[in-house]
Design a protein around this ligand. Structure first.
Ligand code: H79
Length: 566
């Protein structure tokens, strides 16, 4: 069910679009290492991965003195990145509170030599920098508390009573957070797990009573909350209704670990931001400050460059949403009021940017956003409109073209193939029977989720069709993106496209059903099916069907049509 924001709390949220998530806690100084052993999973899970008893873990607080902590610096980095709010882990699953709490002495002020209230300082810094302030609070898991969920390695004795933990710690601590630090933009819950409907309700009621304007994310559990948090790092293919966000992290871990250098580039961050906004959501990117409080240099550099880009590109992001234009292989598009923004991720080599399925009922005004503002020529072409661009790609993270009078465009929705570009046909765009549209989710290392929509649960005779419109004739190499379990190795499939009909065997892709830690591993790969020319522009159908063999272990991620010269 979409979160419709009937109460109107989400207006600022929709406008904001871009946020900073901060994971910082007792796990940060450990940086993924416990007693000399490196734990490869997400850093904030080290207590669980290393099965550190709660009492022993608690002694870390006595040694944590993060002398480089500077809330104002964190807030400044966020503001300069063009972000509009910050969400801090005030208490993660380990149960350690970064704020002064009467409820539990396991907190920054009482348990560390540092003795400062991190939340108070960040609240002050956010006010000074004009940012919204949000609090992550792990409501179900608390590995410090025998009554809460999550800690299955300590030999707690006595019956567990979740309600006792809820009444004695979670609710009173959230009350402190909503009472002591001024206006709170949002409370961010996580891993609802087995939380009962009554518990979710009591959390929500308390928040509403204390700060009626405070937003609540959907991980409060039981269908509650003002906005939907999608799966970690999950970006949907299509526009999603209502208020929602994608969360992501700058590398693979959330909390700081020394052995994770898999930083996303500034360009990749900007692309993810644009993809999320073009589907109607907010993008919240996480950084994990070091144990000392210092932000990783790579994160600061990357965020700064995104911020530079947003100085010009801001109107295409803040308050913007889906454009309604058909998908294109060269980029993404957003809309804000009457303005349509084209994010040119791949700059056309021939200087022709084709908008398929679009006709203009009046002259179209196009220019570069944040560029030299000179007009770009827009002309009708076969199957759509063409914007004439200079041959050289502007030096920006993502060049943006602005169309001022978007309401003058007549749009024919559909699935268009553009000559000369790598076109993707996604799973969700297929119609047919004998399969279901599902989602594969797995963790590659430990704790970092990967998601892929796919056509799965195939039965013999099942057939998926992609009905496309070819804008101009052209030659393509067809690649199949798929994952295949051993049991479906050599199952027989048929692909028909552009006059070709090809019977081929599926090849096991190396999935692993289950691993001791981290569940199954699903491996998508691509299989080249052949090179075929499409002779005529206009409607075309590509079909993929299971002819014989066991298809239950096959997941079809989609098709790619890679342009070739023949
Ligand atoms: O706060 C971040 C994560 O710590 C939290 N949500 C984001 C925002 C999160 N909670 N759970 N998970 C993410 C996924 C959990 C992965 C695990 Fe595991 C798989 C936990 C237990 C099995 C990997 C393997 C980590 C520990 C063992």
């Amino acid at each position: 069910m979409p979160k419709t924001d009937a109460a109107g709390r989400g207006v600022w949220f929709r406008q904001s679009r871009f946020a900073l998530f901060i994971h910082w806690g007792l796990y940060s100084p450990l940086a993924g290492v416990w007693k000399g052993k490196v734990y490869h999973g997400i850093g904030e899970w080290i207590q669980c991965m290393a099965r550190i008893p709660a009492a022993e873990y608690a002694t870390l607080a006595g040694q944590w003195n993060p002398v480089d902590f500077d809330a104002r610096e964190w807030a400044r980095v966020a503001r300069e990145a063009g972000m509009r709010y910050i969400v801090l882990t005030t208490k993660h699953h380990d149960g350690f509170a970064l704020f002064k709490s009467q409820v539990s002495p396991f907190n920054m002020v009482e348990a560390t030599p540092f003795g400062r209230d991190i939340v108070a300082e960040l609240a002050e810094a956010c006010r000074a920098e004009g940012l919204g302030l949000g609090f992550y609070y792990s409501q179900t898991q608390d590995w410090h508390e025998p009554d809460a969920e999550g800690n299955h390695w300590d030999a707690w004795t006595g019956p567990k009573d979740f309600n006792r933990y809820l009444q004695n710690k979670a609710l009173p601590q959230i009350r402190e957070l909503l009472t002591n630090y001024g206006p709170v933009a949002l409370i961010w819950f996580d891993t609802p797990g087995p939380i009962s409907a009554e518990a979710s309700k009591s959390l929500e009621e308390m928040i509403r009573a204390l700060q009626p304007g405070c937003l609540i994310n959907s991980r409060i559990g039981n269908g509650r909350g003002d906005y939907e948090t999608l799966g970690d790092s999950e970006i949907p293919h299509q526009p999603v209704e209502g208020l929602w966000e994608t969360i992501d992290t700058h590398n693979d871990s959330w909390g700081f670990v020394t052995h994770d250098l898999n930083w996303k580039t500034p360009g990749e961050l900007a692309v993810s931001l644009v993809r999320v906004v073009s589907r109607g959501g907010n993008y919240m990117i996480n950084v994990g400050p070091e144990g000392s409080g210092k932000l990783p240099e790579a994160s600061v550099r990357a965020l700064r460059q995104v911020g530079e880009w947003l100085k010009g590109a801001g109107p295409s992001v803040y308050g913007a949403g889906p454009s309604g234009l058909p998908g294109v292989p060269w980029g993404e598009s957003t809309r804000s009021g009457d303005r349509i923004f084209l994010h040119v991720l791949d700059w056309p080599r021939d200087g022709r940017l084709v908008l398929p399925g679009v006709r203009a009922s009046q002259p179209v005004q196009a220019r570069r956003l944040g560029g030299d503002r000179s007009s770009l020529t827009v002309t009708p072409c076969q199957g759509g409109l063409a914007v004439a661009l200079p041959l050289g790609r502007p030096e920006e993270l993502i060049p943006v073209i602005e169309i001022e009078n978007g309401s003058g465009l007549e749009i024919s929705p559909g699935l268009y193939l553009l000559k000369g570009w790598e076109n993707a046909l996604e799973a969700y765009q297929a119609v047919g029977s004998g399969f279901v549209l599902g989602k594969a989710s797995w963790m590659e290392k430990m704790g970092e989720w990967k998601h892929r929509e796919c056509l799965e649960k195939w039965t013999t005779g099942g057939q998926a069709r992609w009905e496309v419109s070819l804008v101009e004739p052209g030659w393509f190499r067809l690649e199949l993106e798929y994952a295949c379990c051993l049991e479906s190795d050599q199952s027989e499939w048929r692909m028909t496209w552009g006059g070709a009909s090809l019977l081929f065997p599926m090849i096991a892709s190396g999935n692993v059903d289950s691993r001791p830690h981290g569940g199954p591993l699903i491996r998508f790969r691509s299989l080249c099916l052949g090179v075929v020319g499409f002779e005529t522009a206009g409607p075309q159908v590509l079909t993929l069907g299971l002819e014989a063999g066991e298809g239950g272990g096959v997941r079809i991620g989609g098709l790619r049509l890679v342009p070739v010269r023949m």
